[in-house]
Write a protein that binds this ligand. Structure first.
Ligand code: NAP
Length: 246
């Protein structure tokens, strides 16, 4: 596991947007960031699940979160502009984004992959993080030290048979991160990195490996040290890197 011990107030007063905060790793990250002092902006499409995440953070006495529902399948650039305006008006800046929302799609050989399935994976895993990052850049630039973390996968670093669109989308995620990190290095206070969670017991992992005993994989809460490290100021000089949470 990633060896890092975060201070209790690591993210005090930071405004951090987490996509896919309704379940799995994103939900655990949102609650962990809140527990370390952040005001978290909970993005997702399942409003009931986002509200229950909100209630858990509120009941724990952490900073009051906000809920930003948006279906990334259908989201357009204008939807992200609306989100940017709403965050800008309320908070005036953004200190971090965890791009965590993602879909696996159907595991199949490329030869059997339907174009519409391919496009849907690219829309959620690549196009949406591009549009979200691009629209939020002005708010990230208002932060003294902003961190953008993209979620990758081991199949985004080495291609694997039958992982098709998902694998290619994670390669694109790595590419988007590298281009942004290189472009912005000397002109902004924003850093860009990717994080591969590794096998983690979530809905997506169970979908990918239905025959696997889920208890063999760590819970999302166990992989949070790497997420805290990349979101907090201890990683202030880390830019353009591909890290592993396990
Ligand atoms: P998960 O529990 O299925 O969570 C996926 C999240 O993405 C959910 O909050 C989901 O929201 C959201 N999402 C999916 N489609 C969306 C859409 N159209 N609009 C808005 N939100 C959408 O899976 P997870 O394992 O925590 O996945 C988190 C990230 O880790 C993903 O990027 C995944 O590729 C990556 N990852 C996971 C593993 C693993 O072993 N678990 C390994 C490598 C990488 P809904 O609940 O509304 O569907």
């Amino acid at each position: 596991m990633f060896d890092y011990q975060a201070s209790a107030d690591l993210l005090k007063d930071k405004i951090i947007l987490v996509t896919g905060a309704s379940s799995g790793i994103g939900r655990a990250a949102a609650k962990t960031f809140a527990a370390h002092g952040a005001t978290v902006l909970l993005h997702g499409r399942d409003v009931d699940a986002l509200e229950s995440c909100y209630d858990e953070i509120d009941a724990a006495g952490h900073a009051q979160p906000a809920i930003l529902p948006l279906d990334l399948n259908t989201a357009t650039y204008d939807d992200f502009i609306v989100m940017q305006n709403s965050i800008g008006e309320t908070f005036g800046r953004l200190d971090g984004i965890l791009h965590n929302a993602g879909v696996l799609g159907r595991l199949a050989p490329i030869a059997n992959t339907l174009t519409k399935d391919w496009e849907q994976i690219m829309q959620v895993n690549v196009n949406a993080p591009f549009m979200l990052t691009r629209t939020m850049l002005p708010l990230l630039e208002e932060s003294p030290n902003a961190s953008v973390v993209f979620t990758s996968s081991s199949v985004g670093r080495k291609g694997r048979a039958y992982w098709g669109g998902y694998s290619v989308s994670k390669f694109a995620t790595e590419g988007l991160m590298q281009v942004l990190a290189d472009e912005m290095e000397n002109v902004s206070n924003i850093r860009f990195n990717t994080l591969n969670p590794g096998a983690t017991d979530t809905r997506m992992r169970r979908q990918a490996y239905p025959a696997e005993d889920p208890s063999t994989n760590p819970q999302p809460e166990a992989i949070m040290p790497a997420y805290l490290y990349l979101m907090g100021s201890d990683s202030a000089t880390v830019n353009g890197q591909a890290l592993n949470a396990q």
